[in-house]
Design a protein around this ligand. Structure first.
Ligand SMILES: [Zn+2]
Length: 292
C-alpha cells in the first residue's frame, strides 16, 4: 500500500511510535502522515466496519449535533431542495440533518446493517458510488471518510462523475495539527490503529484536495463535538477517550455536562464552544468545489 504520491510506505520516516508495533510515519516525498504498518484493508472491512450493528444504530443527540456541525458551513447558502449525497452515511444522522435544512438526501454506506437501518428511516442508500445513477448532486458530504480509505480508493476522483461545477463538497478529517493531539499525546481521540490510515494537518489535506482538482472555499478547525448547545469541548471529549479509549467516555462526560447545565440553567458546552480556541480544534472542516 503506497502513499497518495506513489511513494512506498516502508521508506517513510518514523516520527512517533505510539504503541509497540504502531508507528506514525511521514512520507519523504509529500510529507503526508500515516499509520505504519498499514492495516490489511480486507480484514478491516470484514472485521471492523461490518461489526457495527444495532448497538451503533440509534441516532443520539451527539450524532445529531455532530451532523449539524458538519453541514453548518452551508449556513446562509440557499440549500433548499438541493440534492445531497452523504458518502459513508453511517446511521443516517447527517442525512436527517440535511433533510431538516430542506435538502433531498441520499447516502452511501458499506455496512449492511447500517444501510438497512437508514433505509428504514426512508432514505435511499447505496452500497457504493458505482450504484449511484449519473445524477448531479449539489452538495456532497465526505465526513470522517478520507482518513479511512487507501490511496487507490480515489473517491475525490470518482466523485467527479456525480457532481457539477457548483457542487459544494464538504470534507472533514481529524486534525493531526491540533493542540489536542499535542496535549493528549498517544491518547488523542484521532488515533485509531486499524481504522485511520492517514493523519492530516490543514496543510496536507489542502495539498491533497488541490492535487485532486478541487479548490478550497472554506477551511475551519473545530472541536469534534462543537455542534449545537451543550456538546462542545475538545478537552472533555479527549478526556473521554483518555478514560476508556472509546466514545463511551465522551457520552458519560457529555451526560455530566448536560446534568450540570440542567441544574444550573447555564449552557457550559455552548460557552466552551463559542469562547474556546476554534482554530486548534480536533477536526478540520472544509468546503471545496471543482477547480473549473
Ligand atoms: Zn507521499
Amino acid at each position: 500500500m503506497d502513499c497518495f504520491c506513489g511513494q512506498k510506505k516502508e521508506i517513510g520516516k518514523n516520527i512517533a511510535e505510539l504503541f509497540k508495533g504502531f508507528e506514525i510515519r511521514e512520507c519523504q516525498e509529500c510529507k503526508q502522515l500515516y499509520s505504519y504498518p498499514p492495516p490489511v484493508m480486507k480484514t478491516i472491512e470484514a472485521e471492523v466496519y461490518q461489526e457495527f450493528n444495532s448497538r451503533h444504530e440509534a441516532i443520539s443527540e451527539f450524532d445529531m449535533n455532530y451532523a449539524r456541525l458538519n453541514i453548518h458551513l452551508l449556513n446562509g447558502k440557499n440549500v433548499l431542495s438541493k440534492r445531497f449525497l452523504d458518502f459513508g452515511c453511517g446511521n443516517g444522522a447527517t442525512l436527517k440533518a440535511a433533510k431538516e435544512l430542506g435538502m433531498k438526501s441520499e447516502g452511501i454506506e458499506i455496512n449492511k446493517n447500517m444501510a438497512e437501518y437508514v433505509r428504514k428511516q426512508g432514505f435511499l442508500v447505496h452500497a457504493s458510488l458505482n450504484e449511484v445513477k449519473e445524477e448531479k448532486f449539489d452538495v456532497v458530504n465526505i465526513s470522517a471518510v478520507l482518513e479511512h480509505l487507501p490511496a487507490e480508493e480515489d473517491i475525490l476522483e470518482e466523485l467527479k462523475k456525480v457532481i457539477h461545477v457548483k457542487t459544494k463538497v464538504l470534507i472533514n478529517v481529524p486534525n493531526y495539527g491540533s493542540f489536542a493531539r499535542r496535549f493528549f499525546g498517544k491518547y488523542w481521540m484521532g488515533y485509531r490503529r486499524y481504522e485511520h490510515l492517514w493523519y492530516f494537518t490543514p496543510e496536507t489535506i489542502q495539498y491533497l484536495i488541490n492535487k485532486k482538482g478541487y479548490k478550497i472555499e472554506i477551511i475551519e478547525q473545530y472541536p469534534m463535538g462543537a455542534g449545537i448547545d451543550r456538546h462542545g469541548s475538545f478537552v472533555y471529549e479527549s478526556a473521554g477517550y483518555l478514560l476508556d479509549g472509546q466514545a463511551f467516555g465522551i457520552r458519560i462526560i457529555n451526560a455530566i455536562i448536560h446534568c450540570i447545565d440542567k441544574m444550573t440553567g447555564k449552557n457550559i458546552g455552548k460557552f466552551i464552544r463559542t469562547r474556546g480556541p476554534k482554530k486548534c480544534g480536533d477536526q478540520i472542516f472544509i468546503v471545496c468545489s471543482l477547480l473549473g
